[in-house]
Ligand binder design. Structure first.
Ligand code: E4P
Length: 217
């Protein structure tokens, strides 16, 4: 499973990128707002830093304007994936922009039918939002499994980009189901390395090592 980082914070992306943890980046209007940065400038910096796809989201609601915005975002770098919402206008924009050779990430997906129609429209990535479904007592992970089945049944090449990930369990569950990509905040990615038994085991080893009086270096 590829790891995308769900943030527009350059320092956080750079830190994880140095460890080889960043296969791509996703942003959205809220993340751009939180960064306090200009969308074109910060997206360019992210694209310079990361080799993989960098999602940058359009903000118009009409197809023609989305297409114009998408074309402009795509000029930032070769690794831009234009992000469009899962509306009819967004699907029209998806079809046009993907026919023009751009990567397109269709976002705000909350049902299997939405994922099916995005694949028909030529989406490179479909972004089902797990956490936001869990927030309203629905099962976000069940949606990932349903989309996996549907795409595999028909050989759709659209990649399942598990989004709105809030916990480490979301990451392992998405990986078990076979999501192609998971996008998560930097804090969740960092927590993947944590385990209390690792901490306890290491503390015990250090205590015993001290008793030997030895040094390696
Ligand atoms: C994905 O592309 C979205 O930017 C993101 O995962 C949304 O996450 P949230 O529901 O935690 O805001």
């Amino acid at each position: 499973m590829k790891f995308f980082v769900d943030t527009a914070e350059i320092d956080a992306i750079a830190e994880l990128n140095e460890l080889g943890m960043v296969d791509g980046v996703t942003t959205n209007p809220s993340l751009i707002m939180k960064s306090g940065r200009d969308i074109l400038e910060v997206t360019k910096e992210i694209c310079d830093l990361v080799d993989g796809p960098v999602s940058a989201e359009v903000v118009s609601l009409e197809a023609d304007e989305m297409i114009a915005e998408g074309r402009k975002l795509a000029t930032i770098a070769d690794n831009i994936a234009v992000k469009v919402p899962l509306t009819w206008a967004g699907l029209k924009a998806c079809k046009t922009l993907s026919d023009e050779g751009n990567m397109v990430n269709v976002t705000l997906c909350f049902s299997a039918n939405q994922a099916l129609i995005a694949a028909k429209a030529g989406a490179t990535f479909i972004s089902p939002f797990i956490g936001r479904l869990d927030d309203i007592n629905l099962d976000g992970m069940e949606l990932i499994a349903d989309i996996r089945d549907i795409y595999d049944n028909y050989g759709f090449e659209t990649q399942i980009l598990a989004a709105s990930i809030r916990s480490v369990n979301h990451m392992s569950d998405a990986a078990k189901i076979g999501a192609d990509v998971a996008t998560a905040p930097p804090a969740v990615i960092k927590k993947l390395a944590d385990h209390p038994l690792t901490d306890a085991g290491l503390a015990a080893f250090m205590k015993d090592w001290e008793k030997t009086g030895q040094k390696i270096l």
